[in-house]
Design a protein around this ligand. Structure first.
Ligand code: ZN
Length: 194
């Protein structure tokens, strides 16, 4: 299972000593940054960004969204919402920055976890999301904090690192763990060239 990395404009992707800049990136002072919201592609050591094609409008309360945990503060997690999965389907461009409170149902996630969340409230432009509710809400992809390998689902609510064998019990795992809405074609995101 390959990790999909969603980039935002201006995000630093690497340095010219490591990579050859391809399409959809800018190089300045040896630093390579993304030009688009899109998907990072690596081919040998050439990196490029394929921009998202289909954009939709702001999320609505009650919708199910795909997001990535990007950070945390004292009371909440920072979640970048990149797509609406249900009932509408499409990309959020630019990604919507949401917060998710550190209530028990939401605990256990860490930055880089990919999550299915429900939009809980939108007040004054501030979007809050939650993992509480149906079985599909929760972590759909997670990576070993020790070695970076994608974790696989074990029995019940366990995730296992196939590389170093560590077991993780603390996350709310989605019934769709491992599902990739991009690869399955549920969300058409790539601007087809060639
Ligand atoms: Zn590991």
């Amino acid at each position: 299972m390959r990790r999909i990395r969603v980039t935002v404009p201006g995000e630093s992707l690497g340095v010219v000593e490591e990579y050859i800049p391809g399409d959809g990136v800018l190089e300045s002072g040896g630093i390579i940054t993304s030009k688009y919201h899109g998907i990072l592609k690596e081919n040998n050591n050439r990196i490029s960004v394929e921009p998202f094609k289909k954009h939709i409008f702001p999320p609505r309360v009650g919708e199910i969204a795909l997001g990535e945990i990007r950070g945390a503060d004292r009371n909440s997690f920072l979640v970048h919402l990149v797509a609406i999965v249900r009932p509408r389907r499409g990309l959020l461009a630019p990604p919507v920055v949401a917060t998710m409170s550190k209530r028990p149902a939401n605990l256990g996630v860490r930055p880089s976890d990919v999550v299915l969340v429900k939009v809980e409230s939108i007040k004054g432009g501030q979007v809050t999301v939650t993992l509480a509710g149906s079985h599909e809400l929760g972590v759909i992809r997670s990576f070993c904090p020790h070695c970076g390998t994608p974790l696989v689902k074990g029995v019940g609510f366990t995730l296992i690192c196939p590389s170093c064998g560590k077991i993780f019990l603390e996350k709310k795992i989605s019934s769709k763990y491992g599902w990739n809405p991009f690869r399955d074609g549920l969300i058409k995101y790539v601007e087809r060239k060639r």
